[in-house]
Design a protein. Structure first.
Length: 271
């Protein structure tokens, strides 16, 4: 319809020859005709080219598997991860580290699909695209030889300090540990109470409890967690006086006096 020779200039939200149709939300298209390298994402399309626009109400009716007001993202994770995982975008997944299925962090923020594609990040012990499968224990190949168990040294010096600390491993955290009370046996029990640790041995060098004024090293050997074991993470609540709390990772130790000399294969974390 024209007024004289001029076509209708529709108000925002309306379209069509006579502005009688509702316009639908627009988004970067999932598919389109390519005209040059990496060009189609820069021209928004109604319903992101993965849905049909209902001209009566201006709402997108998305194709199966797509969702959002403009069909701009994949449908959320299948079966909501069956209650055994978290549904994350690729941006969030890239920034997350849990040490059992996401081992490193990176930045994935600028690609067009960073917030459009989602997947399940399963809880420890579950796997599958929808976290519906139970994961079986991992073990060392009995035919292979020459392996060494991972050993981590928890070194604690506490001179006039008070408070507690906790250790985390693959997303789970121990109860608060009191360095002036807890021993090798109670540290072992606290670690093995985590679902993510199936077995450790703990020996102390330099004292009877985990911390004292001269410094104590607790050598923690992972007897059932194989491969590149993530470092225990310290959450320290020690206050007052002079304190030092570190974790070192490695496989070979030369124990001298109260502190362990370590052939490093990982990182040193100091709190």
């Amino acid at each position: 319809m024209t007024i004289g020779s001029q076509p209708c200039a529709c108000y925002p939200g309306y379209t069509g020859f006579d502005c009688n149709d509702r316009a639908c939300p627009m988004g970067a298209p999932w598919v389109d005709f390519a005209v040059s390298d990496d060009s189609i994402r820069s021209i928004p399309q109604e319903c992101s080219n993965r849905g049909r626009c209902n001209r009566g109400n201006g709402r997108c009716e998305c194709d199966s598997g797509f969702a959002g007001v403009a069909c701009e993202r994949l449908s959320l994770c299948p079966k909501t991860c069956n209650g055994h995982g978290k549904c994350m975008s690729m941006r969030t997944m890239a920034a997350t580290q849990n040490d059992y299925n996401l081992f490193h962090t990176t930045t994935y923020a600028t690609p067009w699909d960073a917030d459009r594609i989602y997947g399940c990040v399963c809880d420890y012990g579950y796997t599958g695209v929808d976290c519906s499968l139970r994961q079986c224990p991992f073990g060392d190949d009995p035919i292979s030889v020459g392996q060494q168990d991972e050993v981590q040294a928890l070194s604690c010096l506490c001179d006039g300090c008070a408070g507690t600390f906790a250790l985390s491993f693959r997303g789970q955290t121990t109860r608060p540990l009191d360095g002036s009370v807890d021993t090798a046996a109670t540290l072992k029990a606290a670690l093995e109470n985590l679902l993510t640790i199936r077995g450790v041995t703990v020996t102390l060098d330099g004292g009877i409890t985990l911390c004292d004024t001269g410094g104590v090293s607790a050598l923690i050997t992972f007897t059932h967690e194989h491969g590149d074991v993530p470092t225990l993470v310290i959450s320290s609540g020690l206050t007052g006086g002079s304190s030092s709390l570190t974790v070192q990772t490695g496989a070979l130790f030369d124990v001298e006096a109260a502190w362990s000399k370590l052939v490093l294969k990982g990182v040193l974390r100091i709190v």
